[in-house]
Design a protein around this ligand. Structure first.
Ligand code: DP6
Length: 328
């Protein structure tokens, strides 16, 4: 049997400027709100895949270890989707590794499932369009739909029962020379995963309906500001989107608090850079404690230095707009 890989793919992580939080359909994994992201250069997941007729089950390795049953289940569901579309039955050996700098402290499901969709598509010789790959990745993890594309990307809200939702690129990576400065605020994995956090927010937060109602207008402001390269408007709306979704999580029952002391300290650093030094820099956080500051490329050094000196911040890194998924 040949040990050759049938495909090797790469996908970058992304950071949401307009946040996705909440689902209209959990089974189909359809987001309740539209979101917009920037794909992040250098924060890459590499996935190798071999279709192997001698296997009687899929074999999944993540970062040099065998995947847990919960991890493998999501991977196998995506492989099943690709096999169904390609009318193939053989199982696959999948080896996936995050080439993230340790400072990232970032979730890898977006880059991971985008890379997996591309590797499986090539491995099973499906030849799907990027749009189909985005829809396949979205089913596994909605933010992964956005990592299929480079630059700036939108994932519209889903409609209940309408299955094939995909992201779409709204501007290429060279549209705007922005940077994300990541301030790592704690070590270790987050305690409440985003899927669980979203569902708990939906069922129990008194703020959830208001968030779902308001999110499209925030996203529209972000889309328009992105097209006009208006960072002050985009940044203010991004912070509102961030605070609104974290408010939903905090006011769920039991409440979910992703922030650590260093999160608050870094938020104050970002505000001080704006208020005292006139730098256009804006903060966002995902379902975790790390602060990601958005600024012009020219300001990234100053922003990074200030965040590095912030009490409790462990490490920092800078990422530029990055490319979409690639496969060979
Ligand atoms: C806070 O895409 O990880 O990072 O679809 O349940 O896998 P699932 O959720 P996921 O959620 C990401 C949530 C977020 C905001 C965002 O990236 O838009």
């Amino acid at each position: 049997m040949s040990r050759k890989w049938h495909s090797v793919s790469k996908a970058c992580a992304n950071i949401a400027l307009a946040k996705y939080w909440g689902k209209v359909d959990v089974l189909l994994n359809l987001p309740a709100v539209p979101s917009i992201s920037m794909t992040l250069d250098g924060l890459v997941t590499e996935t190798k895949l071999r279709v192997d007729p001698s296997l009687d089950t899929d074999v999944v390795e993540l970062d040099g270890r065998v995947a847990t049953p919960a991890e493998a289940k999501r991977v196998v569901a995506l492989l099943d989707d690709i096999r169904r579309r390609a009318k193939r039955k053989e199982f696959a050996h999948v080896v996936s590794a995050n080439r993230f700098p340790t400072a990232a402290g970032l979730a890898s499901s977006a880059s991971g499932f985008a890379a997996l969709a591309a590797a499986a598509d090539r491995g099973y010789q499906l030849g799907a369009s990027e749009r189909v790959l985005s829809a396949v990745a979205r089913q596994a993890s909605a933010s992964a739909a956005r990592s299929i594309y480079g630059g700036f990307v939108e994932l519209p809200a889903g409609k209940p029962g309408k299955k094939s939702l995909a992201a779409k690129p709204i501007a290429p990576a060279d549209h705007w020379d922005l940077r994300i400065v990541v301030a790592q605020a704690a070590k270790g994995p987050k305690k409440v995963g985003s899927t669980e956090g979203m569902e708990r927010s939906r069922h129990t937060s008194p703020f959830y309906d208001a968030w779902v109602e308001k999110a499209p207008a925030i996203t529209k402001t972000i889309r328009t500001a992105l097209k006009k390269r208006d960072l002050d408007t985009l940044g203010a709306a991004m912070e509102q989107s961030t605070m609104a979704f974290h408010s939903c999580a905090m006011t769920a029952s039991p409440g979910i608090l992703y922030w650590q002391p260093a999160t608050i300290a870094a938020l104050h650093t970002v505000r001080a850079l704006r208020d005292d030094r006139g730098i256009s820099v804006w903060a966002t956080m995902d379902a975790g404690p790390h602060v990601k500051a958005l600024c012009h490329a020219d300001d990234a050094r100053k922003v990074r230095r200030a965040l590095r000196e912030t009490p409790g911040v462990l490490e920092t890194l800078v990422a530029a707009p990055g490319p979409g998924v690639s496969v060979r």
